[in-house]
Design a protein around this ligand. Structure first.
Ligand SMILES: Cc1cc2nc3c(=O)[nH]c(=O)nc-3n(C[C@H](O)[C@H](O)[C@H](O)COP(=O)(O)OP(=O)(O)OC[C@H]3O[C@@H](n4cnc5c(N)ncnc54)[C@H](O)[C@@H]3O)c2cc1C
Length: 379
């Protein structure tokens, strides 16, 4: 067993830290306040090859390991969790299914411009009546000649307002149970696809979120991903990958909370000494640092399993569950370390606490992760 990151991984981590400090940290407060899409940062990420890291160079990627990509999400999220998530949802949920289940033609046509960051991807699965219960979706796709006609409304689609390519899901045969759900690649300019308004959020405010509405939207048969009826399998596979991304995002948030808390507690003087001299405050920091370490072990292990070609569903869920709950718990504590200042807009820990909450909800809530882990250990 070797716990060291490779030279390449260390380099990627420090390069992304440098990038985030230079381009992201200075605008992170403004991005949060205005809920603006960081178009110029995404363009710079694309330029640097960060938008398609784990895909082969032949499809526009960088050919890195998945763990290396997770490290980049972590470092980016440390400065801005919304920007980290934009990269993560694009990579793990939109590009990964095309890479894993697409034909060579689909990879050339769709994956390559996405992996180069020339285009942005989104994943539209959730519907107003189908969140945790994916099977309750009602969107349909009916074959008509060489095209499927899609009807339905997807909600909470991250990158929805800015994406060029959507990976979405609809029933081609509801009577077939989970095997009746089919996955489609739908370009934004397809007639019948409508993008809803950007939804304002509590946290990760610069991440763009909207409904995606399909009304008699005609999608060529050639855009079916993985064959008719593979939708549920693809969706679950996407979540396995995405959950490592969210765990990494949570680690970035906790690292930032720890950095801010250590620094503030050493400089804030009350009762004639820095508040860090109080054991109660030290123990908050100790618990933060200890959980942060545990988060890294769980997440890097899940990513390593994926890189070894081994099963990693349970481990990805464990990492996501533990990291998300740790992020919420410790960002609340980081606000406490800062006292009244921690409650003020523009102070980083205030944003971190709001950003942390979503990690317990999306790509499967903490309860959904417990269902996945329970299903795995009880079978
Ligand atoms: C900011 C944001 C971005 C998102 N991005 C995307 C995206 O890009 N693409 C996409 O498809 N979706 C996206 N989602 C949707 C997200 O994945 C869902 O919100 C999430 O899966 C939960 O579904 P729900 O909101 O319908 O909650 P519900 O399923 O209605 O659940 C409500 C609560 O009940 C709990 N619950 C439900 N069932 C059970 C059960 N059986 N046992 C115990 N507890 C249960 C849940 O854990 C939750 O706490 C996003 C959501 C948000 C808020």
């Amino acid at each position: 067993m070797d716990f060291r990151l490779s030279e390449e991984q260390e380099l990627v981590k420090s390069n992304m830290r440098e990038f985030a400090l230079k381009y992201v940290e200075p605008v992170a407060v403004e991005l949060d306040e205005t809920a603006r899409y960081p178009r110029e940062i995404i363009a710079k990420l694309a330029e640097g090859g960060w938008m398609g890291m784990p895909f082969p160079t032949q499809y526009g990627g960088q050919g890195t390991e998945y763990l290396t990509y997770a490290l980049a999400v972590e470092e980016l999220s440390r400065s801005c969790a919304a920007t980290g998530f934009t990269m993560s949802v694009h990579t793990s949920l939109a590009l990964m299914p095309i890479f894993n289940f697409g034909t060579d033609d689909q990879k050339k046509t769709f994956l390559t411009p996405l992996a180069k960051g020339e285009k942005i991807g989104a994943f539209a699965l959730t519907e107003p009546g189908a969140g945790t219960d994916v099977g309750a979706a009602v969107s349909t796709a009916v074959l008509d000649g060489d095209e499927y006609v899609l009807n339905g409304t997807k909600t909470f689609c991250s990158n929805g307002p800015v994406a060029d390519t959507y990976v979405t899901f609809a029933w081609t045969d509801k009577s077939a149970g989970p095997k009746g759900l089919t996955c489609f690649i739908v370009p934004r300019d397809t007639p019948g696809l409508k993008v809803g308004a950007h939804m304002m959020k509590m946290g990760i405010r610069a991440s763009q979120t909207s409904d995606i509405i399909f009304k008699d939207c005609r999608v060529p048969k050639a855009n079916v991903l993985g064959g008719e009826g593979s939708g549920m399998k693809i969706a679950m596979n996407c979540f396995d990958h995405g959950r490592i991304g969210i765990a990494a995002q949570s680690i970035g948030i906790i690292q930032a909370a720890l950095d801010e808390s250590v620094s503030y507690s050493k400089q804030r003087v009350q009762f004639s000494k820095p508040i860090s001299k109080n054991q109660a405050v030290q123990w908050w920091l100790v618990d933060m640092a200890t959980d942060l370490s545990a988060c890294r072990f769980l997440t890097y292990h899940a990513a390593w399993l994926k890189d070894q070609g081994q099963a990693f569903t349970k481990e990805a869920s464990m990492a996501k569950l533990f990291c998300a709950e740790a992020a919420m718990k410790h960002t609340i504590k980081a606000v406490q370390v800062h006292g009244g200042l921690g409650y003020i807009k523009g102070v980083k820990v205030e944003r971190l606490m709001r950003d942390a909450k979503i990690t317990e909800i999306y790509e499967g809530s903490s309860e959904a992760q417990r269902m996945v882990i329970g299903g795995n250990i009880l079978r």
